[in-house]
Write a protein that binds this ligand. Structure first.
Ligand code: PLP
Ligand code: COI
Length: 360
């Protein structure tokens, strides 16, 4: 039970100095710089969740036969803490991450973590490493994850797990910041199939996407777009973001849930758009139609969204048959407006009309 798990805090005796930290967070990039602490909580079949600790970030020592190293029983989340202009520290919809974490846990036959415990772990880490939250444009990216830690080579759900949260001050995910990105539509690879793990945030999904992402990079693109596994026709999502299409009649379309990751940014974008009276359809969209609509001019804007990326326009699309631009390769007005409104809520620059901010 969440309320029976007591946290023990052992501050890192070797915390970085203020100067060293300030240098690291001045231009953090994405996922390269880490804070002084981490949270760990253990789970065993006999004891359930126990041994919750806030402690120095340090390497794990795990047995070579540990189940995660062989069968990839691992899940994770991605979320951000922001420092508002008034100094307040907030999290964006962390309850949704807690819920999705447990959906992923269920799919991967792992124990669920009580939502209150998940949130307490996040808040304790953000509080102890608050000095690492960059001011201005940056944020503190939080990476909760859980892995199977049984020393056993049989294929079955493990009986021992570690939950951990680490934190990383970050700037923009893409090198070009908010500039439109280019995407490569993969011919050869699929990310997920019906009945598979596409909707879970498990490490294996990302391992399987790397070769397609490498192909995207080889073609000079920022990200890969996956089509469905059955017909190789319907647009699903990117390696690490959901996708939206904006049409000339002002309507918006995004692929339906099922085999894609149910993005929290995706859900927020749908709510923000509908709040402005924009009609948003969650419906299948074929790559053939995408090309036809781009050519006819019916398709005005394409954007992708996720915690790491926020909202970014797609300017250029490459595929084995050629390439085409959207909006002349420039960011569109609907995309820009949604991005501005989302970022203003996340950074506490506007009224939190949906109750999405959680202040520490
Ligand atoms: N799709 C994939 C495959 C992702 O990795 C992510 C990022 O977490 C998303 C979509 C967007 O999800 P969210 O908005 O919850 O970050
Ligand atoms: C996130 O947006 O949080 C992700 O996990 C996706 C990854 C591209 C960093």
């Amino acid at each position: 039970m969440a309320d029976s798990v007591q946290f023990q805090t052992i501050p890192n005796p070797n915390r970085l100095s203020d100067d060293a930290r300030a240098q690291l967070i001045a231009e953090p990039g994405f996922g390269k710089v880490f804070t002084d602490h981490m949270v760990t909580i253990e789970w065993t079949e006999e004891a359930g969740w126990h041994d919750a600790r806030v402690r120095a970030r340090e390497p794990f020592s795990i047995d070579p036969a540990s189940a995660v190293l062989h069968y990839a029983q691992e899940i994770f989340e991605g979320m951000k803490a922001y420092r508002g202009s008034d100094g307040a520290i907030t999290l964006f919809r962390p309850e949704e991450n807690a819920r999705r974490f447990n959906q992923s846990a269920h799919r991967m036959a792992m124990p669920e973590l009580p939502e209150a415990l998940f949130l307490e772990a996040i808040e304790r880490l953000v509080a102890i490493d608050a000095a690492w939250i960059p001011a201005g444009e940056g944020s503190l990216y939080l990476r909760p994850f859980m892995f199977a830690n049984d020393v056993f080579l049989g294929v079955r759900p493990a009986k021992r797990y570690v939950f951990c949260v680490i934190a990383s001050p970050v700037g923009a995910y893409f090198k070009g910041g908010a500039k439109p990105i280019s995407v490569w539509v993969s011919d050869n690879y699929s990310r997920a199939a019906a009945g598979g793990t596409g909707a879970a945030k498990c490490g294996g999904n990302y391992a399987g996407s790397l070769i397609a992402q490498a192909e995207a990079i080889e073609h000079g693109c920022d990200q890969v777009v996956f089509l469905d596994a059955a017909e190789h026709r319907w647009v699903e999502e990117l390696g690490g973001m959901n996708i939206f299409f904006v049409f000339d009649d002002g309507t918006v379309k995004t692929p339906p849930l099922g085999t894609i990751l149910p993005g929290i940014t995706r859900a927020s974008v749908i709510a923000l758009a509908r709040d402005k009276g924009i009609s948003v359809e969650e419906a299948r969209y074929g790559f053939d139609q995408w090309q036809a609509d781009a050519q006819s001019g019916r398709l005005r804007e394409v954007f992708v969204c996720g915690t790491a990326a926020t909202i970014v326009s797609v300017g250029r699309i490459l595929h084995s048959g050629g390439e085409f631009l959207i909006g002349g390769g420039e960011a569109g007005a609907v995309t820009q407006d949604l991005r501005d409104r989302l970022v203003a809520i996340q950074r506490g620059e506007t009224n939190d009309q949906f109750g999405w901010r959680r202040t520490l």
